[in-house]
Write a protein that binds this ligand. Structure first.
Ligand SMILES: Nc1ncnc2c1ncn2[C@@H]1O[C@H](COP(=O)(O)OP(=O)(O)OP(=O)(O)O)[C@@H](O)[C@H]1O
Length: 309
């Protein structure tokens, strides 16, 4: 895997974005079991418009709970014990996600913030064609759209994610895992959301397919301008695709920095440990240096190449 850290589009203090599309303020989430699990603890971060924010940390550190909390998808015994998430619209108004209910919340989820889950490819309905599932989104959320336009949009969506539109008539079992995941991404993009939350969207796929899909996501992000919160325990992958990376540990964000800074100048012991757990990043003459960053980049970042190795 080639690993080249993305460069952050704007240089601002690590926790903030000049033009946020989403801000998370002091968010805490508990699971009310015995003993209580403090899954997310006082998390504050913002997602810039069009930014890819990586969220990394070992299994159980609270990444999914945070994502579910932001998108109001938590179920008991989970409770939000403090804080809030605020969406900033293109038009300049703010929506407190905690204040949305019922139909407003459902509409918001597809329209503004879409989510692609871990293993989402298995959540396609097996007895309905891809076209029917895509059309369903438009029928529900864009009731004024005529049938011809709906069908055209479905074809466009598939092509956008690199699937031939002839696949519209396919059923889930007729598609490869990679194709199914692409269809799920197409569904998430259907209503042109401004934020995509992707929770391990490619983990179940083989490395080659994973890379293709990631390339597709970054291309689409540049084309369409949505922001992405990308969740994974795969730090090398995040270094490659993210503008900034937040490191979570035991429910807290312990470090948040742009990708290059996080790689070259990790501050927190846990980040260093995490970086150290990927031999391709830190091993002798690691793949990272070989394949991605040339010396100039390291020099610009103020890093001794030997030190980086
Ligand atoms: N329904 C639940 N009831 C009780 N505890 C839960 C529940 N769901 C998650 N937890 C706990 O909350 C903590 C955070 O879990 P979460 O799934 O958010 O972590 P994660 O970082 O996304 O992990 P993974 O990478 O394995 O998906 C863990 O300690 C987990 O055991």
């Amino acid at each position: 895997m080639t690993t080249t850290p993305a460069s952050a589009p704007a240089r601002t203090p690590a926790g903030t974005s000049p033009h946020p599309v989403l801000t998370i303020e002091d968010l805490s989430i508990d699971y009310l079991v015995d003993p209580v699990v403090h899954a997310v603890r006082n998390v504050t971060l913002s997602l810039g418009r069009g930014e890819v924010l990586g969220l990394a940390g070992e299994s159980g550190c609270g990444k999914s709970t945070l994502a579910y909390g932001v998108n109001r998808l938590l179920k008991p015994p989970a409770v939000i014990t403090s804080g809030r998430a605020v969406f900033h619209s293109r038009e300049g108004y703010e929506i407190d996600l905690g204040a949305l209910h019922g139909e407003d919340l459902r509409a918001f989820r597809w329209d503004r913030i879409a989510m692609v889950f871990q293993g989402a490819m298995n959540s396609l309905n097996p007895v309905i064609s891809v076209q029917a599932q895509l059309e369903d989104i438009f029928t529900t959320h864009r009731p004024d759209m005529g049938r011809a336009e709906r069908v055209e949009r479905c074809g466009e969506l598939l092509e956008r994610v690199g699937v031939d539109r002839s696949r519209l008539s396919s059923f889930a079992h007729e598609l490869s895992g990679g194709m199914r995941q692409r269809v799920m991404i197409a569904m998430a993009m259907a209503l042109d959301p401004q934020v995509m939350i992707m929770d391990e969207p490619t983990t179940a796929l083989d490395v080659v397919v994973q890379r293709e899909i990631l390339r597709e996501i970054t291309r689409l992000r540049s084309e369409l301008g949505f922001a992405v919160i990308f969740i994974t325990h795969d730090l090398p992958l995040l270094l490659e695709i993210s503008d900034r990376i937040a490191i979570m540990r035991e429910g807290e964000v312990v470090e948040l920095a742009d990708a290059m800074t996080l790689y070259t100048r990790p501050q927190h012991e846990y980040t260093k440990k995490l970086l150290g757990s990927f031999p391709s990043l830190t091993g002798a003459r690691g793949g990272f240096i070989r394949s991605g960053v040339d010396e100039h980049v390291l020099v610009e970042a103020g890093v001794d190449e030997e030190e980086a190795r």
